[in-house]
Design a protein around this ligand. Structure first.
Ligand code: ATP
Ligand code: MG
Length: 407
């Protein structure tokens, strides 16, 4: 779990502000849910036989022996909140969220135990148009960050639960006959979660899969039409993608559309954004059947990518515009009060007061990088200012005159 230091936080804010302005242009509204939920919520939605539930969740009992978990992802909580507050039934919703998620994984580049996701979830819309909108919203973010060219959209359809069930048995049939050629992990998954074998990283397993039955051939008519519609909207919008028939996602709740945005620039942790449709989840968690579609992106991976591609603007909000200090004794109170007056006049100005003694104040002011420096002194009971603007200096200014010059 990492600290984000003051020198780093500006790039986080840069990313988050870009995201906020994109979601606002699509009129999505923010939802904030607690970091802790009942463990049961995640067990029921994410699926018992997934990495998250089997080995990644931080669970504990509270003083009342209730089983709680630090949220490993956002969707389940948002569905829970939507049901609890009556936001879902017979309505449409478009929401976004951001915040920390927790998974007990082996920490490495792009993979942390506390990481941050920003994402969107939409409810009450079952058509391919909203799938397209959600994907296009992500495209807008990549465009505004200047990283679209470095990302690939991978797309697949999982079909209905029934279609997936049929496909699952066909896949198990095929792989069972060749069990000895499977890697150890995949052999285990054959009985627990066979679809996950599709994204095995083992070369030999991948080779075996080349001739395996294809998920696309098992799609039900409804899902096939939905997928064709989605592709046609994306084509019309000029958004390129590759259909990856082996894309299944690690969470059980998806149906129909699934997608990932991947990059080759981050090594093994190349997925920066992932999402899809989860029409069964609201009902599964106790609500009336309501379709849903959304995505989540990992902020840390996006920041790594922004750094790698060197697209972060320099001078991100850390700079100081004006530094104000006392150059004579006994007027520190005046420094504070004059600073407040300046802030009231120029709210955009980043103003720092000097609160650490009288020694070398001008040097310290220069070291701060501030373009403007004001030093105060008291002369015959009158408060006077010296004002540096770059190399130019004006002395013995009244406070009002100095404030006027700052414009
Ligand atoms: P992966 O295959 O990399 O483990 P995942 O399928 O578990 O990813 P999701 O649950 O779909 O990931 O989460 C969406 C996004 O959140 C991922 O694409 C990734 O960018 C980010 N993410 C997931 N787990 C981590 C982590 N431990 N540290 C940092 N980012 C993460
Ligand atoms: Mg994972």
């Amino acid at each position: 779990m990492n600290d984000v230091l003051p020198t780093e936080s500006a790039t986080w804010q840069f990313l988050e502000e870009k995201f906020q302005s994109v979601v606002s242009s699509y009129s999505y509204n923010e939802i904030r849910t607690p970091i802790v939920e009942s463990t049961e919520l995640f067990n029921r939605s994410i699926g018992e036989v997934t990495d998250i539930i089997e080995k990644e969740m931080y669970c504990f009992e509270d003083r009342n022996a209730e089983r709680l978990a630090m949220r490993p992802e956002g969707t389940a909580s948002i569905v829970r909140a939507g049901i609890e507050h009556g936001l879902l039934f017979n309505q449409t919703q478009r929401m976004w969220y951001r915040g920390p998620m927790f998974r007990y994984e082996k920490p490495q580049k792009g993979r942390y135990r506390q990481f941050h996701q920003i994402g969107v979830e939409t409810f009450g819309m079952g058509g391919a148009d909203i799938d397209a909108e959600v994907i296009m919203l992500s495209v807008s973010l990549w465009r505004s960050l200047g990283i679209l060219d470095s990302l690939t959209l991978e797309l697949n359809s999982l079909g209905s639960n029934e279609a997936r069930e049929n496909y699952r048995s066909a896949l198990v049939d095929y792989l069972s006959q060749r069990k000895d050629q499977l890697d150890e992990d995949s052999q285990k998954r054959l009985t627990t979660n066979p679809l996950r074998i599709l994204d095995s990283k083992e070369q030999s397993t991948q080779a075996l899969l080349n001739n395996a039955p294809n998920l696309i051939d098992y799609l039900d008519d409804d899902a096939a039409t939905h997928f064709a519609e989605l592709r046609s909207i994306l084509d019309a919008a000029g958004i390129s993608y590759v259909v990856n028939p082996r894309l299944v996602r690690g969470l059980d709740y998806y149906n129909k559309t699934v997608f990932e945005w991947t990059t080759s620039k981050l090594g093994a942790q190349g997925t920066v954004c992932a999402g899809g449709r989860y029409d069964g989840m609201v009902k599964q968690l106790g609500g009336k059947p309501t379709p849903g579609v959304g995505f989540a992106m990992g902020e840390e991976r996006l920041l790594l990518l922004l750094e790698t591609l060197q697209v972060i603007p320099e001078q991100l909000g850390q700079s100081i515009d004006l530094y104000i200090a006392a150059e004579s004794k006994g007027i520190q109170q005046d420094v504070i009060l004059v600073a407040e007056k300046i802030r009231a006049e120029y709210p955009e100005l980043r103003l720092r007061t000097h609160c650490s003694g009288l020694k070398n104040v001008l040097n310290k002011a220069r070291q701060s990088g501030a373009e403007k420096i004001v030093l105060l002194k008291k002369d015959d009971e009158q408060l006077l200012a010296t004002y540096w603007h770059g190399e130019q200096v004006e002395q013995n200014l009244t406070i009002d005159k100095m404030i006027a010059l700052l414009a």
